[in-house]
Design a protein around this ligand. Sequence first.
Ligand SMILES: [Zn+2]
Length: 303
Amino acid sequence: MRQHTLRKAVSLEGVGLHSGKTVRVTLSPGPADSGIVFRVGDDGEPIPAAPESVVDSHYATTIGKNGARVQTIEHLMAAAAGLGIDNLEVRVDGSELPAADGSAKPFVQLMLTAGRTPQGARQRPIRIPHAIGAGSSGRWIQIVPADTFRISYTLDNEHPAIGTQVLSWTPTEESFITDYAPARTYGFLKDLGFLRKSGRALGGSLDNTIVIGKSATLNGLRYRDEFVRHKVLDLLGDLALLGRRIGGHVIARNAGHALNFELVVAVQRALGLDRRAAARAVAAPVAAEPAEALARTPGLAVS
Ligand SMILES: [Zn+2]
């Protein structure tokens, strides 16, 4: 499979969910093997959408470099991943992406308007060599080896509007566009005061967030299980920080951006360690040491 980018530049304007500020984002074609690269303003330095660039992963995934920051990149990242777009330049005139309708659907529509084009370079999918995980009882995420990419997710919440929602999905472009991209972000009305006091959710409204009241949502649902679908969407966007397609089955329970990011870092570390382990094995065939080194790595579950 070849890498893909957009055919032409397109842009979208809207309010940032957390900052409440109006921002404009422009997506342009990116060269092969460049990945997804953000810039703040016309002259901003490139901020690659990569684990090394993540500066915060609470409530939203934020990347930054030398003081420049871009918050809430996950829905745009999910749109690119769901449509198989590998290389993209993203220019923002503020520090957060537009919340749009709280889902990835407006970004998907924008990218489809631009059109996609294949590039000279081939994709280099990541093969997951062994189980890798993060988190502990109640909240955890892991990825296990599999021939294709699959996500299984369990969301438990004692709130009657949510309850327990479970799904398992092998992503295809068609199901991404119709079943996952439109799933919106959600928040509890009771948390709004605290979030706003801490400078978050300033742009949140019934137009871009499912707001959950005492017993039900205030603005309806697009799917009966829209909450878990949005969790899967966020996960897809956060995994896209690895910059490559993944052959593996991700299994998660009540994870969020912070745990998703822990998994991304653990995968990156495991693949790096495996390369070093392979190099050592060639130099001196001692099998036990790399496995021990993996087992000692914090945050890395090996089975
Ligand atoms: Zn989200």
